[in-house]
Design a protein around this ligand. Structure first.
Ligand code: C2E
Ligand code: CA
Ligand code: CA
Ligand code: CA
Length: 277
């Protein structure tokens, strides 16, 4: 009789938890996810288009719900940004990255991991002490952590400049993400010294088509070269796209042609395998 009572109690508690979660608003659910640290990272390799060697990865966050299902970032990052929860998520992303890749980054000094920052991380400058504290004592060099920010992060140019200047002085490379998909792309580029530019997938997609936008891709490459920025092309899916980019001296590519985003262990294996070939 006693075991049955216990079973009933467990059942009741489970049902209550299930219902209470179900009744939560999306924001309520996300708050709990942040509290319970329900985020995981997948790493998408970035490779040299000339040699195929992997030079690092971009860390991409996923929300792993208690039932095991994975939610893509575009389904919760906007809400996280609106609500300010994104800053706690950024902190957790950096914690996970250090936990999973500390030995790898210590053993492979040339490898870097790119982290996505939100406008709020940059505008407030709060990302600077967070980076310092998270990396302190890990043996990871600042130059191994790249920072990716979209144009939204640069809207407040004064605030962005000071954060980016300090980050770069400390050795981090800063990349402009999704370049060309927002507006006022060119004006802020002049005033903000950066290290790299990521060509958005929407432009890479046009390569090999006759669409007028295909020439925009070439222009973006030229802008990056004029400004002395390293270029990473994202969303490379075909060999024809890789060849086109490589022929225009784009150094790095990221996309399903090379690899999808994967757990840390798989990424480390991919990194070494790509460099033995
Ligand atoms: P993004 O920074 O532009 O990241 C690239 C996205 O394109 C990733 O989707 C990646 O999986 C996908 N992708 C890469 N190569 C290919 C390809 O060849 N084909 C196709 N169809 N897709 C490809 P994901 O992981 O769903 O991320 C979506 C967006 O979520 C990211 O876009 C980024 O803006 C945001 N995000 C991801 N992780 C974080 C994070 O830790 N913090 C913040 N603030 N935002 C993040
Ligand atoms: Ca990115
Ligand atoms: Ca991107
Ligand atoms: Ca993109």
């Amino acid at each position: 009789l006693l075991p049955l009572g216990i079973l009933m109690a467990i059942f009741t508690v489970s049902v209550v938890i299930w219902f209470s979660r179900r009744r939560l608003s999306p924001l309520g659910e996300l708050k709990i996810a942040v509290e319970h640290k329900e985020f995981v990272l997948h790493y998408q390799p970035i490779v040299s288009l000339k040699t195929g060697a992997c030079i690092g990865a971009e860390a991409l966050v996923r929300w792993q719900r208690p039932d095991g299902s994975m939610t893509r970032p575009d389904l919760f990052i906007p809400l996280a940004e609106e609500s300010g929860l994104i800053m706690q998520i950024t902190d957790q992303v950096l914690d996970i990255l250090v936990r999973e890749l500390k030995p790898f980054l210590n053993a492979n000094r040339d490898a870097h991991i790119a982290v996505n920052l939100s406008a709020q991380d940059i505008k407030s400058g709060r990302i600077l002490p967070v980076l310092q504290q998270t990396l302190y004592g890990t043996g990871i060099d600042n130059h191994q952590i790249w920072l990716e920010a979209t144009e939204r992060g640069f809207m407040d140019v004064q605030a962005a400049r000071s954060t980016i200047d300090i980050a770069r002085t400390r050795g981090h490379a800063v990349a402009i993400d999704d370049f060309g998909t927002g507006y006022s792309s060119l004006s802020y580029l002049q005033g903000l010294p950066m290290d790299a530019l990521k060509i958005d997938k929407s432009f890479v997609d046009t390569i090999g088509t006759d669409a007028a936008t295909a020439s925009v891709t070439t222009h973006i490459i030229n802008i990056a070269k004029t400004l002395n920025l390293k270029i990473v092309a994202e969303g490379v899916e075909t060999q024809a796209q890789a060849d086109y980019l490589s022929a225009r001296d784009v150094e790095y590519g990221q996309g399903w042609l090379f690899a999808k985003a994967m757990p840390a262990n798989d990424f480390v294996a991919f990194y070494h395998k790509s460099r033995r070939q």
